[in-house]
Design a binder for this molecule. Structure first.
Ligand code: 5GP
Ligand code: ZN
Length: 113
């Protein structure tokens, strides 16, 4: 079955992308729960936290540091990871929710080429 996050990564599905590098991508959640609600994904498709290569998890954490600084929310965010359908995981492409009730004024999206 096609993965909607892989479709976004491949630019076949639109998304408001905030940050992207060779290993990770960060885009706005379509149904935000807080003023800043971003999804931090590895570009490689992995379904569950325990299956992801260690170096990729490190890259995701590095990306979180970068976006927190870009947003000036270094001291005002929380992370959520739903692992498995019973825990509320709807999209089977591992992702971290980056959530903040702080200001979204630095949330400027990239135009993707
Ligand atoms: P999960 O419940 O799997 O941890 O989170 C999946 C998240 O993906 C949900 O918060 C949902 O709003 C978001 N989402 C679902 N479909 C799309 C989509 O097509 N585009 C974007 N940007 N977010 C999506
Ligand atoms: Zn995927």
């Amino acid at each position: 079955m096609a993965c909607i996050f892989c479709e976004i990564i491949a630019k076949r599905r639109p998304a408001r992308v905030f940050f992207e590098d060779d290993a990770t991508i960060v885009f706005a959640d379509i149904n935000p729960k807080t003023p800043v609600h971003l999804l931090v994904c590895p570009k490689e498709h992995h379904e569950r936290i325990y299956k992801i290569p260690e170096n990729l998890m490190v890259r995701m954490l590095k990306t979180i540091g970068i976006i927190a600084e870009k947003l000036k929310l270094e001291n005002n965010f929380r992370l959520q990871l739903n692992n498995g359908a019973l825990a509320g995981q709807i999209v089977d492409h591992l992702h971290l929710h980056f959530l903040s009730r702080g200001t979204a004024e630095n949330l400027v999206f990239e135009e993707r080429k």
